[in-house]
Design a protein around this ligand. Structure first.
Ligand code: ADP
Length: 391
């Protein structure tokens, strides 16, 4: 038995998490409540989960030996990010430790072209798209959809890095040439004239149980998620059900285990278009820590262990989550006094990360029933904590 967890029963499983950022960190309170052991694979001693998880194995997710050493003694291995090479995943599976989600599912969260191909094949709503081997592919697509179009790195993008909206053939050719120089594969897709972005989250376990969280609206700026409204304001029942149906269908057809987030665009006519997938807890579900009976982190752990899933029901009519994005205030803590005193209803989550401009360093959640009030309070606290305002 792990001496760091003397009170756990001898059969309490150990869940290995590849990655040790804030998503792994936020799994730990759920693991504590369930009496599970977590082990994280951390590529950097500064990783913020290392502060709260006693069992840290150092190593890069691309280092096969490190990953296999890490997996030894785990009852299941899961992820907080998708950046694990296919050969490492295969070797991991070959050890016999359950890997959830499995490589066959994870591929569609790793590679946007594979994802587009598979989801289009399932008849699910994707923007018109093509793989790009040269400028002619982009021009051909634009011939059908009109400019602008969107070029995307098929792999490795996050927070908007790896996405280029191009207005004409010259701009497209420049992006394509630069990508070729760096060995980056691209796809091109129609620019969806969306009026808002939504996310549908589901948890699914290996025996096929699934639960769907309320569909949320996400607000991004400069490619980074800023705010999440749960449920999405004024979403009509049919569209919310459609978004949940899409997420449940993807989870089942791709055999996803754990949490799945489907990022969606909604156009003015109400229609939904799939943007991308994440097979892990996701920023669009941070509100569930304070706002739902079972958080996405708890349901991720339950799902990868094939335990019965918890209820995704919300506690309040409305939850608003605002990310705290680093600016130039190096320390969040002194700002607490003001924020906590001003609003005892705030739930503040600090990730324990060094502040860097543009980096997600925490989030704030407010529950209530008045949209404008909740947004004002969450937005104020997030702005104060990052040092953007001082009253
Ligand atoms: P990342 O993987 O970096 O999160 P996304 O694929 O989610 O990248 O794209 C980032 C942002 O770019 C989206 O939130 C959206 O605002 C914009 N975007 C992406 N694809 C399209 C599209 N087809 N049409 C219009 N905007 C898009």
């Amino acid at each position: 038995m792990n001496p760091a967890h003397p009170s756990l029963g001898p059969s309490a499983p150990r869940v290995g998490v590849i990655g040790a950022g804030q998503l792994a960190r936020m799994m730990q309170p759920a693991a504590i409540a369930l009496g599970l052991r977590l082990r994280v694979l951390s590529a950097d001693p500064q990783d913020c989960a290392n502060q709260v998880v006693p069992d840290v194995v150092s190593g890069h997710p691309g280092d096969m030996r490190a990953v296999l050493d890490f997996a030894r003694g785990c009852d299941v291995v899961t992820f907080e990010h998708e950046h694990v090479p296919a050969d490492v995943l295969e070797a991991l599976v070959a050890t016999g430790v359950p890997v959830r989600p499995g490589p066959g599912a994870l591929l569609y969260a790793q590679d946007k072209a594979e994802m587009r191909e598979r989801l289009s094949g399932l008849g699910l709503p994707c923007p018109e798209w093509t793989r790009v081997t040269g400028p002619a592919d982009a021009a051909d697509l634009a011939g059908k959809t009109g400019w602008p179009i969107v070029l995307k790195a098929t792999r490795g993008g996050y927070d908007g890095r790896g996405v280029w909206v191009v207005e004409d053939a010259d701009a497209a050719a420049r992006v394509i040439a630069e990508a070729a120089e760096r060995g980056v594969s691209l796809l091109a897709e129609a620019a969806v004239p969306f009026v808002r972005e939504l996310a549908a989250q589901v948890a699914r376990s290996p025996h096929g149980q699934a639960v769907a969280y309320p569909v949320v609206e996400t607000v991004q700026r400069d490619g980074i998620c800023r705010e999440v409204y749960a449920p999405a304001p004024a979403v009509d029942e049919a569209h919310a059900l459609e978004a949940q149906r899409i997420a449940l269908t993807i989870a089942k057809e791709l055999d996803v285990t754990g949490m799945l987030a489907v990022e969606l665009f909604q156009t003015a006519d109400g229609r939904l278009w799939i943007n991308e997938l994440a097979m892990r807890p996701h920023n669009s579900g941070h509100w569930t820590i304070d706002g739902a009976l079972t958080s996405q982190f708890e349901n991720h752990l339950r799902a990868v262990l094939d335990l019965p899933l918890g209820s995704p029901a919300p506690h309040a009519p409305l939850a608003v989550m605002a990310n705290v994005i680093g600016l130039d205030l190096p320390d969040l803590y002194p700002a607490y006094l003001h924020c906590l005193a001003r609003d005892p209803g705030l739930k503040i989550h600090n990730y324990g990360k060094d502040v860097k401009p543009g980096r997600k360093i925490g989030h704030v959640t407010v529950l209530g029933d008045d949209f404008d009030d909740c947004v004002e309070r969450a937005r104020h606290a997030a702005a104060y904590l990052r040092g953007e305002i001082d009253e």
